[in-house]
Design a protein around this ligand. Structure first.
Ligand SMILES: Cc1ncc(COP(=O)(O)O)c(C=O)c1O
Length: 431
């Protein structure tokens, strides 16, 4: 039998539908080949923060603390929901200094440790929706969102990443958001939306206070209009510590519910990820964090997620949880971690400033790129632009509908040349 026949014999159609050489790794391999041949290649491909010499940026406080952990934290299982103190810490890291203010407003939090932010996304999809339900995403999103939705048997609806026409906010297409929410709430038993903000992947876009308030109001409005349906907004804050306003959502939520009553059928969650914030991508450390006025409910939904996690990956690794506790429960270590984080943040700011400046006068329609790891050029001929850029040794990621530029991996002194190459490629391809 050939592979296709074997596949047909062994695999159901859901499995046969899966294929894929990862586009990002394929372009990274091309960059590496060019470099090995001595070409002046620029790496705009990967989704990890690299130092200017091309090595992986590692927050040394985290790696030192990891290595100093006890055998029991290296070898033992964690409790199914996570180490009890880690479950206390996760809301602090996800929500930030406004956590106490939110508790004072009568809101309650709970958390479950997950293997990375991806685990939190998965748990929200698995527990808040059922097979056949619809999840709401922005039109442009981290591509594994689609995979996760498919694994959970969900349909996907979109609202635009930025308004297609002039609306009352440059980054929020409120009418489109309201329309999608209304349509999902009307046709489905529940609503779940994932919102990757601030420092969105793949654009770098961050909402400001006014933008966040418009979005929050839309979810509150949807919950009020459909009081019998659960409306869940999950904030994917994977890159938040590398944003100007890392805890902007907490500010917005805190000031909103200081004077507006929280609709009981509204749940806000965070997908906390330590991958970027603590530069431990491979350790798989994250948490899903819940915020709601009912203490019993946040505890109950955490229990449900713990059971889902048990039946999927068993439990999240203990070592990174213990490491984050050792850092954040020690003032000196926490300050040292923050100082190193600030160095990495400044490195990203510097690259982004140079890139945005170089692009500004070119007419190239880069999407707003404020924070985080990436910038994004919308373009129907993304493959052609990336190929053309590669001729001048800039390697970026062509996606359907645009080109992702990993500012996180381009050294400071190559950023201007990267921008020039991209502008030339875009001009050559689009005329
Ligand atoms: C937008 C976004 N969300 C979530 C994640 C999850 O990361 P992890 O599962 O490593 O915590 C990533 C990682 O690249 C991401 O880009």
């Amino acid at each position: 039998m050939d592979v296709e026949q074997l596949e047909n014999t062994f695999l159901p159609k859901e499995s046969r539908a899966k294929s894929g050489r990862d586009n990002i790794f394929a372009w990274y391999a091309r960059y590496q080949q060019a470099k090995a041949l001595g070409e002046p290649a620029i790496n705009g491909t990967v989704g990890s923060l690299l130092e200017n010499d091309g090595s992986l940026a590692v927050n040394s406080v985290v790696s030192e603390t990891l290595r100093a952990q006890e055998d029991v934290d290296i070898s033992s299982y964690a409790p199914l929901a996570g180490l009890p103190e880690f479950i206390e810490l996760a809301p602090e890291l996800a929500i930030g200094p406004r956590l106490a203010g939110l508790h004072e407003l009568g809101l309650h939090t709970s958390a479950v440790a997950t293997p990375g932010g991806t685990g939190a996304l998965y748990l929200s999809a698995r527990t808040a929706l059922a097979v056949g339900d619809t999840i709401l995403l922005r039109s442009l999103h981290w591509s594994p969102y689609d995979r996760l939705a498919q694994e959970c048997g969900l349909k996907v609806a979109h609202w635009p990443i930025i308004p297609e026409e002039v609306t009352n906010h440059p980054k929020v297409d409120l009418p489109a958001l309201e329309e999608e929410l209304e349509s999902i709430a009307s046709d489905n038993p529940r609503v779940l939306a994932w919102l990757n903000d601030p420092a969105h992947n793949p654009t770098g876009l961050s909402l400001d206070q006014a933008g966040r308030e418009l979005v929050l109001d839309a979810f509150i409005g949807c919950a009020r209009a459909h009081p019998e349906k659960g409306v869940t907004l999950l904030l994917d804050t994977a890159y938040a510590v590398y944003a100007e306003e890392p805890y902007g959502w907490s500010e917005t939520i805190c000031s909103k519910f200081a004077w507006v009553e929280w609709p009981e059928n509204l749940l806000i969650c965070w997908a906390f990820s330590a991958s970027k914030s603590h530069t431990i991508y491979g350790m798989r450390c994250g948490a899903i964090v819940f915020l709601h006025p009912s203490e019993d409910y946040v505890n109950r939904v955490a229990e449900v997620c713990t059971v889902t996690g048990r039946g999927t990956w068993s439990l999240a690794p203990r070592l990174p949880q213990a490491t984050l506790l050792a850092i954040h429960r020690d003032e000196d270590k926490a300050a040292a971690w923050a100082a190193e984080r600030d160095r990495l943040l400044e490195m990203l700011h510097k690259r982004r400033r140079a890139f945005n400046e170089a692009v500004l006068s070119s007419g190239m329609p880069l999407l707003p790129s404020d924070d985080g790891y990436f910038a994004y050029l919308p373009c129907d001929l993304a493959q052609e632009v990336a190929e053309r850029a590669a001729e001048d040794f800039l390697y970026v990621i062509p996606m359907s509908g645009g080109v992702r530029v990993g500012l996180c991996s381009i050294p400071d002194d190559e950023v201007e040349r990267a921008a020039e190459v991209l502008i030339n490629a875009w001009r050559a391809v689009t005329g």
